[in-house]
Design a binder for this molecule. Structure first.
Ligand SMILES: [Zn+2]
Length: 186
């Protein structure tokens, strides 16, 4: 998995791409987009309630099938309430959710079954393309909250967050050039 910082940065970049501006239209909306880019990791919650945070992590919430259903419902709600085009809202929601899946797919995973079931419901197979270092949160399914937190607040995870910030920079540069050009043409 990537860190919540990495997922949040991805959510910010996608929102900025849609708005053609690095300056968010509304901080509240940006908060919502960042939350949605992290949403698949809500699968930590049932485990945390049981005292073993990893127990249900990397289940079907990390799949395109779940992301599709999520985007369908969220896109429909937004377009109904705000009178916006459904297709556009659906794609935006799917992009936010999907950014999480792509980042997790590309991250090393030290806990079997390695990777995420990204093709569920078409396949239960777990996939991983380990290009990015993992975020540590214990490799044990039944790790206690103490073991989980000791890994989460490790130096290694600080290094991963730094790397994620560096990897985001080129996207921000491209976006800033693009949005400046938009302003000049306006
Ligand atoms: Zn995840």
């Amino acid at each position: 998995m990537s860190s919540p910082v990495g997922h949040s940065l991805a959510g910010y970049v996608i929102a900025a791409w849609r708005d053609k501006s690095l300056k968010p239209r509304s901080l509240m909306l940006l908060g919502l987009y960042v939350f949605l880019a992290n949403a698949p990791d809500l699968d930590f919650i049932p485990g945390i309630l049981r005292g073993t945070p990893n127990m249900y992590h990397h289940g079907i919430s990390h799949s395109i099938g779940f992301g599709f259903m999520f985007a369908l419902v969220a896109g429909a709600l937004i377009s109904l309430r705000g009178g916006k085009r459904f297709g556009r809202e659906f794609l935006f929601m799917f992009a936010l959710y999907g950014s999480h899946l792509v980042l997790d797919l590309l991250s090393m995973d030290g806990r079997p079954p390695f990777g995420i079931p990204i093709l569920w419901p078409f396949s239960d197979h777990y996939f991983m393309v380990p290009l990015l270092p993992p975020v540590m949160h214990s490799v044990l399914d039944d790790a206690t909250i103490g073991q989980f937190l000791a890994d989460v607040f490790s130096k290694h995870n600080l290094y991963v967050i730094g790397l994620e910030m560096m990897l985001t920079m080129p996207f921000l540069v491209i976006l800033s050039l693009f949005s400046r050009r938009q302003v000049r043409h306006a």
